[in-house]
Design a protein around this ligand. Structure first.
Ligand code: FE2
Length: 326
């Protein structure tokens, strides 16, 4: 029987279950995402959603994977929202005990980056990790993933979600803003805050909110917010390419689905003669498969966590996550 590692994701709005073989093949990837029609994400409501869907998703996975031997359970223990993380942690611990297999703690950001590296066929890229919870430009250096540039305040995805709420959309709002932006024609003047290799989105959001209140056209405004913020990310990515000397860029995370961001990064990379790839859509947002993929990397090195010590870590920094397979 083919051996595999199960992965559970629950750090924010999505509860996901995935499975990956020791060859790195993803054989299972199912999830359920908490959505609202109006307003943002409430951690306790999202956790309730996860607790409701977890038994069904896990049961289906065990049924569908009967032809395989599950020999470890991995779980994203952080960073993320405490109440959401605890649902995944409790499920994974129970499952590891039930199956009598090791439990593996996976850093969520590391999983986005590693699945990006694997599925973009890059070897040593600058990873651009853009999602609802994170905006970071990451390189591998001295045995660790290091954040070379990041947001100094809110993440890009979070900024777009908040702006979507201002426009009257529910959660997740980023797709609505992107759709509206495609209808905009006039580029309005918004602050572009790039500081060294870091970015800041709060000033841009405040300016956009002020313009919205003063009657600016919502489509023009959405277009301007998207253009300005994506240009900022492209700018810092270019700066990190220059300072690190790396020759490839891998785009990962939920906002990797944004075609305009892909286009801007692609153009910059082409002009610099640097390789560029994007993680496939089914692996860009939060998912259990990426947790299983990293779980498998740890499990193959017999790296696991004792269940009584498998605490959730809401602020688990990427640099603190061990990379034992490189
Ligand atoms: Fe994520």
């Amino acid at each position: 029987m083919t051996r595999l590692v199960l992965g559970i994701e629950s750090t924010a709005h999505t509860f996901g279950v995935g499975a990956c073989t020791y060859d790195g093949d993803i054989v299972y990837n199912r999830s359920s995402t908490y959505i609202t029609t109006v307003g943002g994400i409430h951690p306790r409501e999202a956790a309730r959603h996860h607790a409701d869907v977890a038994p069904g998703l896990i049961h289906s996975a065990l049924e569908d994977l009967k032809g395989y031997e599950i020999d470890a359970v991995s779980v994203a223990l952080g960073p993320g929202l405490g109440p959401c993380l605890r649902v995944g942690a409790v499920s994974a611990r129970a499952l590891a005990i039930r199956l009598n297999v090791p439990l593996i703690a996976v850093n969520h950001a590391l999983a986005h980056i590693e699945i990006g590296v694997k599925h973009t066929a890059t070897r040593d890229p600058v990873s651009v990790y853009i999602s609802g919870g994170n905006t970071a430009v990451v390189i591998f250096s001295n045995g660790r993933y290091a954040v070379a540039g990041e947001t100094l305040d809110i993440s890009l995805g979070n900024m777009l979600d908040v702006f979507a709420r201002d426009l009257g959309f529910g959660y997740p709002g980023t797709p609505h803003v992107l759709e509206l932006a495609a209808k905009g024609k006039n580029l309005l003047d918004l602050p572009m805050a790039v500081k060294g290799q870091d970015v800041s989105f709060s000033g841009l959001l405040t300016s956009a909110e002020r313009l919205l209140k003063s009657g600016a056209d919502p489509a023009d405004l959405a277009y301007s917010v998207v253009e300005t913020s994506f240009a900022m990310v492209t700018e810092v990515t270019e700066r990190v390419l220059v300072s690190s000397g790396k020759k490839e860029v891998s785009l990962t995370g939920g906002v990797a689905r944004a075609s305009r961001l892909v286009q801007m990064l692609e153009t910059m990379c082409r002009e610099r003669g640097v390789g560029f790839s994007v993680v496939p859509p089914e692996l860009s947002g939060d998912n259990g498969a990426m947790i299983a993929y990293v779980g498998q990397l740890y499990a193959s090195r017999r790296y696991s966590v004792e269940i009584p010590k498998s605490f959730v870590r809401t602020r688990w920094r990427l640099e603190e996550a061990p990379v034992v397979w490189k």
